[in-house]
Design a protein around this ligand. Structure first.
Ligand SMILES: [Zn+2]
Length: 68
């Protein structure tokens, strides 16, 4: 559990554009500032960010539904 959390924090620093510090929640369509990102999920070499655990759960259940 601890290891998983650490890797999530690592993704935050690595994948977000340092200029913009935003990401896009593909589940609810929200633009996320770095401070509003609560969850992240790796999929096919990309990292997707979510505003909430429920958005992440939707994505994890069926990623193709959200990223085509
Ligand atoms: Zn969301």
């Amino acid at each position: 559990m601890r290891k998983k959390l650490k890797s999530i924090l690592g993704w935050f620093g690595f994948h977000i554009d340092p200029e913009q510090k935003t990401a896009f929640d593909v589940v609810c369509g929200m633009e996320l500032k770095s401070f509003s990102i609560k969850q992240a999920s790796p999929y096919k070499g990309e990292t997707y960010y979510f505003c909430s655990e429920s958005c992440k759960d939707h994505f994890d259940a069926d990623p193709k539904k959200y990223i085509g």
